[in-house]
Write a protein that binds this ligand. Structure first.
Ligand code: NCD
Length: 302
């Protein structure tokens, strides 16, 4: 197993499978808790907004019996006074046994891992990577379908700036899947990712309209990442590109629908109670998966 979790590409398939198995094992502690991580402290360094990721890391650490410190409001910390990221990380590693960081700059988590001797987990670095989201996505898929191999999976929405879909596409290339990329032309999957898929011989096709999605097992919908657009007009043009609602869901048959959340308008609330919806369960899976990752990296997993 790796020492830090920075990019999903750093993980071998065996590491991924091992993390998923450990997560399944953690389910039994996910409600009643354990004392595995007693005496350990997690610090959560969130330089960008977060609800699920930060809260589920905090909840996971509490369930493991450890403690949590951290910040999510950068106005309250010394960055405001000009402190560098490396200095902040150097401090936090002395205050904690493991660090989770989210930062708007690509490569920031890698930098933090280089500076810190304690394990570092990337909770999202700009538009780049979000590896722990991917692990909980894979966990959700496995739980729902009993397998990842053999599935046809559509990734829909902001494939250009969405870090969740970048990490997920790389991870899925380790499995025997077919991919469908559904996005406005301006927000297509980056070349770097599609080149990788070609190398790995993972079949993929690209479509623009929801109506053009072939029969798939799963649609992974994403939010158009407003905060990453250099041109606000481009955001305005693309923000309403997709909406799964009572009428458009007919086009998707019984495909399951996942979403890393938060959603804006891409999935209507009326879909929540349909058998297609998997996104709230998916968010809940963040707990066993993050318990597994924290315990493995801290070496307290027994
Ligand atoms: C995602 C993220 O931060 O990249 N959210 C999450 O962690 N569940 C997706 C998003 O913000 O759209």
């Amino acid at each position: 197993m790796v020492q830090d979790i920075i990019s999903i590409r750093d993980l071998e398939k065996a590491d991924i499978e091992n993390a998923l198995l450990t997560a399944a094992d953690m389910e039994r502690f996910a409600e009643k808790g354990t004392t595995m991580a007693q005496g350990k402290i997690l610090s959560t360094l969130f330089f960008e907004p977060s609800t699920r990721t930060m809260m589920s890391f905090q909840s996971a650490m509490n369930r493991l019996g450890g403690k949590v410190i951290g910040f999510s409001d950068i106005k309250s910390i010394s960055v405001q006074k000009g402190e560098t990221l490396s200095d902040t990380v150097r401090m936090m590693e002395q205050y904690s046994d493991i660090i989770v960081i989210r930062h708007p700059l690509e490569g920031s988590a890698r930098l933090a891992a280089e500076v810190a001797d304690v394990p570092v987990i990337n909770a999202g670095d700009g538009a780049n990577q979000h590896p722990t989201q991917t692990l909980l996505d894979l966990y959700t898929i496995k739980k729902e379908f009993d397998t990842i191999d053999g599935l046809t999976i559509a990734l829909m929405g902001d494939l250009k700036y969405g870090r969740t879909v970048h990490s997920l596409a790389y991870a899925l290339s380790l499995y025997d899947v077919e991919l469908v990329f559904v996005s406005p032309r301006e927000l297509r999957m980056p070349h770097e990712v599609t080149e990788h898929l070609k190398e790995k011989k993972t079949p993929y096709r690209e479509v623009v309209n929801l109506e053009d999605i072939p029969k798939v097992d799963l649609v992974y919908a994403t939010r158009i990442q407003k905060e990453r657009f250099a041109d606000p007009n481009e955001y305005e043009r693309t923000k309403d590109a997709y909406r799964i609602d009572k009428s458009s869901i007919r086009l998707l048959g019984d495909a399951r629908i996942m979403h890393p959340l938060p959603r804006v308008s891409e999935i209507a609330p009326e879909i929540d109670k349909t058998p297609n919806a998997l996104y709230f369960e998916q968010a809940g899976n963040g707990i066993p998966v993050r318990m597994a990752l924290l315990s493995m990296l801290m070496g307290v997993n027994r």
